[in-house]
Design a protein around this ligand. Structure first.
Ligand code: GLA
Length: 732
């Protein structure tokens, strides 16, 4: 069991393959954080606890001396009111107006399995779970802090449950999932910020004193900020140095923060955003905070990412199932937008013959009377003007051409111009009598209301039951405003955004279990909801509405910080690109898209013979490397965030290595070329140094040591945006 308890020192130690996480019950019963880092033998770190005398750091009731202050000790699940002025993990209010809390150790259990989190997506399995019950000695409010160890991926999953044993109604105003006090501020904070069509850009800044937070208040995890935060030693890079990574299995409002106090201690936290959140907890009820996933790497950012990838591939809902060939999809969106009918679609499907594409996805515009984006969301019945005979002839056409059929939905939305809205205006999130915001001319359905979720289970489920649908693209094209629910009483209004997520998860749980054969692809104007919560149900997400291969270098590299490449959908689209008008070679578009869940977003009818031949080649190549992309370890070799055109290094490179290191697939992309630049050498990673590998594209044999330590030289590129691949097979 990787979890041990030393009763003399009241110390818990959680070990993974390369890391240890240690916490301790101190004197009066406070749970303190002791250590998180490289693996340690069982140890007593009592001597390390940080209790320096300090003015204005108050002493807890009955503290042995003035050195004992919660303001100075490293907390494990800090609260407000007892003298720790740093950000708490839990804040609650009681009927008498008091917000005072003091959590003390009550009991613990160590169990071999991991209970699921009710109503929330979470990791399964693991190598053991520690649960520690803390309670306020005066009012009896309980917090159960839970830790599950994933040994081989160096991951610890944490969450907390707030149990109301007080006999009175309590308001939970803040219930974070994880909080860790690290004894240093010598870190850079790394986050993934972005925008629609420019998601998950890597940003790295040194920590400073005070609070620094990454968060979403949009009702979705968002394009703007991803639920992820890393603290990296200033010298840490892809392959070396200490890195702490945290992410959250949740798709709504989150906060991920680092607060550095006056003594250079860094409190890092992640959880549900306390902004516009307050939960009324009746006596006997429990509130469960979403699950946080924590990992430590002593080998840089690359290892941190691989730890996340491994634990998600092994333990995260439907992501687990994706270790099988992915479909190769063609989506009609950029080919036709709203302008299609049965004939046009069938012509498009027939023209896919011989290309090696196996799934056709019909995007927006097939329902209600939708001809542009201003109407019909909510009316999930066939647009008879475009498809007078329904979906069946289109599905039959797919089957006749050896393809599966997929369909686009945007279930969480409603258009004002829709039968659904006319029948149930109160089903939209807004306040009756107040003017309300629209986004893309639509409103968000109130998924906190059980009747709305029931309607969607029935209508979406009905279409899936009646038609032979292999793939669903599930979109969500605006964020929440006018945060008011006609279904909630006044004192529960601040529960709306979390209840929305619980409603969404219940809907997804229902549909994915009733239709286990359907592959669900998540989407929110591209990658506006790329998080582990959504991936639990939908193992791949349309990474960005920007399909330009050069823009995708950054977007996909940023996304790979946390999420397995297989979870990203990436399509080859037409040039000039529809988002940035850039013209890139077909091969480059193919290699970038192939490094994810692959497909096409173009009109095959407008392709040249040469391009058709290129597609057939690309799909054959993807089938060869698909297992590597799906189940291989991912290494970032050259960062698109650091390109230097003048030095001939305006580029990006990455590779996949099979778990037994016998096969690998590497891609190199040059952005701008430069005349008379220095030769660019790329060092591969993750290979067996003692093995010899054959590289198909170079038709030669190379030592694993040579490829990793000396590297491969890239050729001189005469043009911008060229790309190369290297397919490696171990010979000896
Ligand atoms: C969003 C998606 C696109 C497409 C359109 C359809 O923007 O990200 O891929 O499905 O909606 O309206």
């Amino acid at each position: 069991m990787p979890i041990s308890y030393q009763s003399e020192t009241r110390t818990f130690q959680l070990d993974t393959a390369h890391t240890s996480y240690i916490l301790r019950v101190y004197d009066g019963g406070y749970l303190f954080h002791e250590y998180w880092g490289r693996r340690l033998r069982p140890v007593d770190l009592t001597r390390l606890h940080r209790a320096y005398g300090s003015g204005f750091s108050p002493n807890w009731p009955g503290a042995p001396d003035r050195e004992h202050s919660l303001d100075l000790f490293p907390a494990e699940y800090p609260v407000y009111g007892g003298g720790d002025y740093r950000a708490p993990a839990l804040e609650a209010a009681f009927p008498d107006g008091s917000r005072l809390l003091d959590l003390q150790y009550v009991s613990h259990t160590i169990r071999p399995d991991k209970p699921a989190l009710p109503g929330l997506p979470s990791l399964d399995g693991g190598d053991g779970t520690l649960e520690i019950t803390l309670a306020d000695p005066t009012n009896g409010l309980k917090a159960v802090v839970s830790y599950t160890v994933y040994e081989d991926s160096d991951v610890i999953a944490r969450h907390a449950r707030i149990v109301n044993d007080t006999g009175e109604t309590v308001r939970v105003n803040r219930a974070l999932s994880a909080s860790v006090d690290l004894p240093s501020m010598d870190y850079d904070m790394i986050g993934l910020y972005g925008a629609h069509t420019r998601e998950r850009q890597v940003e790295r800044v040194p920590l400073r004193h005070g609070m620094q937070a990454l968060e979403s208040r949009r009702g979705a995890s968002s394009h703007q900020m991803n639920p992820f935060l890393a603290l990296a030693a200033p010298n840490a890079d892809e392959t070396t140095g200490e890195v702490y990574g945290l992410t959250l299995i949740y798709s709504g409002n989150f906060i991920a923060s680092a607060e550095v106090d006056s003594f250079n201690v860094t409190r890092v936290q992640i959880g549900l955003n306390p902004f516009d959140f307050s939960w009324k907890l009746e006596p006997g009820e429990t509130f469960t905070a979403p699950e946080a996933v924590l990992t430590y790497s002593a080998e840089g950012l690359g290892r941190m990412s691989r730890n996340f990838h491994r634990v998600f591939r092994g333990h995260l809902g439907r992501v687990k199932e994706t270790v099988r060939p992915n479909p190769i999809v063609i989506n009609n969106w950029e080919a036709t937008y709203f302008d299609f009918d049965e004939e046009k679609l069938c012509a498009l499907i027939e023209s896919c013959k011989g290309l090696g594409i196996d799934t056709f996805v019909l995007d927006d515009g097939w329902f209600g009377h939708r001809n542009d984006d201003t109407t019909s969301l909510g009316d999930w019945f066939i647009n008879r003007k475009k498809l007078p005979r329904g979906l069946k002839p289109v599905i039959d056409c797919c089957h006749a051409n050896g393809m599966n059929f997929g369909l686009w939905f945007e279930p969480e939305m409603v258009s004002e111009d829709s039968e659904l809205y006319r029948a149930h205006p109160d089903w939209a999130i807004k306040k009756e009598g107040r003017p309300f915001c629209t986004g893309r001319d639509q409103l968000v359905l109130d998924l906190s209301r059980p009747e709305v979720v029931a309607y969607l289970k029935e209508t979406i489920g009905g279409i899936l039951a009646e038609n032979d649908i292999f793939y669903v693209k599930w979109d969500m094209n605006r964020h929440i405003t006018d945060q008011y629910s006609a279904g909630l009483p006044a004192d529960r209004q601040p529960e709306l955004l979390h209840r929305y997520m619980l409603g969404l998860y219940s809907l997804l749980d229902d549909l994915t279990s009733r239709f286990p054969q359907v592959i669900f692809e998540g989407c929110s104007g591209g990658g506006g909801r790329f998080d582990a919560g959504l991936l639990y149900y939908m193992p791949q997400v349309w990474t960005s509405d920007d399909s330009d291969a050069i823009e995708r270098l950054k977007i996909q590299a940023g996304t790979s910080m946390v999420y397995p490449p297989r979870c990203m959908t990436a399509h080859v689209s037409a040039v000039p690109n529809h988002q940035v008008r850039r013209v890139t070679p077909f091969r480059t578009r193919g290699l970038v898209a192939m490094s994810a869940s692959f497909g096409y977003e173009l009109n095959p009818l407008s392709l040249s013979g040469e391009e058709r031949a290129a597609i057939a080649e690309q799909t054959a190549c993807y089938r060869r490397v698909n297992n590597l992309v799906a189940a291989g370890d991912f290494y970032r070799l050259a960062s698109p965030f650091e390109g230097d055109a003048a030095a001939g290094a305006d580029d990006a490179a990455w590779m996949f290595v099979s778990p037994d290191r016998s096969r690998a697939f590497a891609v190199y992309v040059r952005r701008l070329t430069t005349p008379a630049g220095p030769a660019r050498v790329i060092r591969l990673q993750g290979l067996d140094p003692d093995a010899v590998y054959h590289i198909d594209e170079l038709d030669g044999d190379f030592g694993g040591d040579e490829l990793m330590y000396a590297g491969l030289a890239t050729p001189y590129f005469m043009a911008d945006f060229e790309a190369l691949s290297f397919t490696l097979t171990r010979r000896v």
